[in-house]
Design a protein around this ligand. Structure first.
Ligand code: TPP
Ligand code: MG
Length: 544
C-alpha cells in the first residue's frame, strides 16, 4: 500500500473519528486515502478553526482531536489552536503536509521548518522522513498527546514519502497507567490536613482530565473542606445547594473566593495547573501550607512552595488521603458562597438595556439544561461567565485559560455538537472573538451542527478597555464597528436574531435553542458593569 494509506490505517487504529482541516497540494495522497477510511474529514474554512475544533474535541472527550493542514501557510494558520490545546492540556494531534524531502533542505516555495515551528507549542513534533517509521511516529504522537499532562503533538508528512509503497501495520494502541501515590506522602498530607485550622481546596483542570470529580466531591464532603475551582475546572463540584462550593477563582481583582485564600492556613491544590491562575494572585503572602495533589510534581514558582506533594493517580490520592485525615467541623467560609449567590440572583428580573452581563448569564443559565454545553470565548464576557455561570457538571462550561486565545468559541461549539448531538451547545462570545473565526458558521451550517452563537455586542475589545480604565482612567484603541450580525448570519443560511430589549432575550434564547438550526444572537451588553464590579470588589470587606 501507499505510505499515506498506512498512515490513515494508523489513525484509524488510534480510534480517530474526525479530522478537521483544509486540504492542500502537499497532502493529496492523505486526502485520497481518507476517502476509503472510516474517518470523517471535516472541511473547515480556516486552519485555525480546524485546530480549535480539535482542541475542544480533545478537551471534551479526553481523546486526541486531530487537525490537518498543508505545509507553510496552512501550518502557520494551525499554530494558535495547537498552542491553545497544548497550554490548556487538551490532547491533540496536528498533521501538516510538507514539501518532498528532495527540496526541504533549501529555499523552496512555501517550505518552512515545521518541526522547529511547532516544537515550542507541542510536547512532541516529528517528521516522517521515511515510510518505515509511520507506525512508530503515529503511536508515539497519540501516546504522548494522551499521557498526562495531556497536550498537543505534531506530525509533518513530506509529499514524496506519502506516495511511496510500504507494507506494514499499525502498532497496538495501548495507554500507560498512572502510578500509585507513595503511602508516606499520603500520610504526610493526611496529617497536615488533620492539623490545619482552616483548610481549603483549589481544584484545577487536572481533576476534569482525571475524571476525578466524584472523588473530589466525596473528599471535600467527608473532610468538610470548602472547594474553590479554577475557571477551567467549572463543575467539578456541584454548586447548587452545596455549602462547600465557593465558586470559581481566577479574577485578578479581589473577590469573595479570594477572602477564602486569605483566611486559609492550608490550601490543598488538586489537579491544579499553574498556567490557569498565577499563584501570586491567590498566595501573595507565600506563607500558607500547600499540599500538591497531581499527576506530576509541582512546578517551581516562588509563590507555590508545595509542602507536601502527593504525585500519582488523583482519584486514588484523594481516596487514600480522605481515609486517613480527620474531618473538620463547621463551615467558616460559607458566607463567601452566600455573597456570590446574592450577586448571581440579584439580576433575575433586571430590565435594564443594554443587557447587563449578570442578566445575560441568568437568562442563559435558565434557558439551558444542566448537561447542555457553553463554550466561552476570551474577553470580559469570559470573566463574567467564569464567575457567575452556575455549573453543575464538569465539561459543560468550557473556558480556555491556559493560552486563552480569542476565536475558540464558534469552532469549539461545532466540535462539541459533533461529540454531543443530543445536547444543546452555545458559543458565548464577544463581538471581536466572534469575528476571528465567524467563517466557521458556514462549516456549522454545512455539517448541520445546530449551535447557538450568543454575541455580547459592545462594539469593542471590552476586556482590554476594562483594564485600561482601571489602570489609566481612559481607553486606547479598543473601539470598532460591527457588521449587521443578523444579515451576516442569514447570508450563511443561519438564523439571525437581534435583542432589542432585555425582555426579548429569554424568548429568543429559547427559540434559538429549540430551533435545530445554526443561530446567531446579537445581544447588546452593558459593560459599564465591568468598572462597577471592579469598584464593588475593591471596596468589599471580606465577609469571613
Ligand atoms: C488571539 C488573541 N488576541 C488578543 C488577545 C488579547 N485579548 C484578550 S480579551 C481581548 C478583547 C476581546 O474582545 P471581545 O471578543 O469583543 O470580548 P469582550 O472583552 O468585549 O467581551 C483581547 C484583545 C487574546 N487573548 N487572543
Ligand atoms: Mg467586545
Amino acid at each position: 500500500m501507499k505510505a499515506a494509506e498506512l498512515f490513515v490505517r494508523c489513525l484509524e487504529n488510534e480510534g480517530v473519528e474526525y479530522i478537521f482541516g483544509i486540504p492542500g497540494e502537499e497532502n493529496l495522497d492523505i486526502m485520497d486515502a481518507l476517502l476509503d477510511s472510516s474517518i470523517r474529514f471535516v472541511t473547515t474554512r480556516h486552519e485555525q478553526g480546524a485546530a480549535f475544533m480539535a482542541d475542544v474535541y480533545g478537551r471534551l472527550s479526553g481523546r486526541p482531536g486531530v487537525c490537518l493542514s498543508t505545509l507553510g501557510p496552512g501550518a502557520t494558520n494551525l499554530i494558535t489552536g495547537v498552542a491553545d490545546a497544548n497550554m490548556d492540556h487538551a490532547p491533540l494531534v496536528a498533521i501538516a503536509g510538507q514539501a518532498g524531502t528532495n527540496r526541504m533542505h533549501k529555499e523552496s516555495h512555501q517550505v518552512l521548518d515545521l518541526d522547529a515551528l511547532f516544537a515550542p507549542v507541542t510536547k512532541y513534533a516529528s517528521s516522517l522522513l521515511t515510510p518505515n517509521i509511520i507506525p512508530e511516529v503515529v503511536r508515539k504522537a497519540f501516546k504522548i498527546a494522551q499521557t498526562e499532562k495531556t497536550g498537543a503533538c505534531f506530525i509533518e508528512f513530506p509529499e514524496n514519502i506519502a506516495e511511496m509503497v510500504i507494507d506494514d501495520v499499525p502498532l497496538p494502541a495501548k495507554q500507560s497507567h498512572l502510578p500509585e501515590p507513595p503511602q508516606e506522602r499520603v500520610e504526610a498530607a493526611a496529617a497536615m490536613i488533620s492539623e490545619a485550622r482552616n483548610p481549603m481546596i483549589l481544584a484545577g483542570n487536572g481533576v476534569v482530565r482525571a475524571k476525578a470529580w466524584k472523588h473530589l466531591a466525596d473528599f471535600a464532603e467527608k473532610l468538610n473542606i470548602p472547594v474553590a475551582n479554577t475557571f477551567m475546572a467549572k463543575g467539578v463540584v456541584p454548586f447548587a445547594n452545596n455549602p462547600l462550593a465557593l465558586g470559581s477563582a481566577g479574577l485578578q481583582a479581589k473577590d469573595y473566593v479570594k477572602c477564602g485564600f486569605d483566611r486559609a492556613d492550608l490550601i490543598i491544590c488538586v489537579g491544579y495547573d499553574l498556567v490557569e491562575y498565577h499563584p501570586y494572585l491567590w498566595h501573595p503572602t507565600r506563607d500558607r501550607n500547600i499540599i500538591h495533589v497531581d499527576v506530576a510534581p509541582a512546578e517551581v514558582d516562588a509563590w507555590y512552595g508545595a509542602d507536601v506533594g502527593v504525585v500519582g493517580d488523583i482519584k486514588h490520592s484523594l481516596m487514600r488521603i480522605a481515609e486517613l485525615a480527620t474531618p473538620h467541623q463547621g463551615q467558616p467560609m460559607r458566607a463567601l458562597r452566600g455573597a456570590l449567590v446574592v450577586e448571581m440572583d440579584d439580576h433575575a428580573t433586571d430590565e435594564g438595556f443594554p443587557v447587563r452581563p449578570q442578566k445575560l448569564i441568568w437568562d442563559l443559565r435558565t434557558a439551558m439544561e444542566r448537561e447542555d454545553i457553553a463554550i466561552c470565548d476570551v474577553g470580559a464576557h469570559k470573566m463574567w461567565m467564569a464567575r457567575m455561570f452556575r455549573c453543575e457538571v464538569p465539561n459543560t462550561c468550557i473556558i480556555s485559560n491556559g493560552f486563552a486565545s480569542m476565536g475558540i468559541a464558534v469552532p469549539g461549539a461545532v466540535a462539541a455538537k459533533l461529540l454531543y448531538p443530543e445536547r444543546k451547545v452555545v458559543a458565548v462570545t464577544g463581538d471581536a472573538g466572534f469575528m476571528m473565526n465567524s467563517q466557521e458558521i458556514e462549516t456549522a451550517v454545512r455539517l448541520d451542527t445546530p449551535i447557538v452563537v450568543l454575541i455580547w455586542n459592545d462594539g469593542g475589545y471590552g476586556l482590554i478597555g476594562w483594564k485600561q480604565m482601571n489602570q489609566f482612567g481612559r481607553t486606547a484603541y479598543v473601539d470598532f464597528n460591527n457588521p449587521d450580525f443578523v444579515k451576516y448570519a442569514e447570508s450563511f443560511g443561519a438564523r439571525g436574531y437581534r435583542v432589542n430589549s432585555t425582555s426579548e432575550l429569554m424568548p429568543i434564547l429559547r427559540e434559538a435553542l429549540d430551533s435545530n438550526q445554526v443561530c446567531v444572537i446579537d445581544c447588546p451588553v452593558d459593560y459599564r458593569e465591568n468598572l462597577k464590579l471592579t469598584q464593588k470588589l475593591g471596596d468589599m470587606v471580606c465577609p469571613v
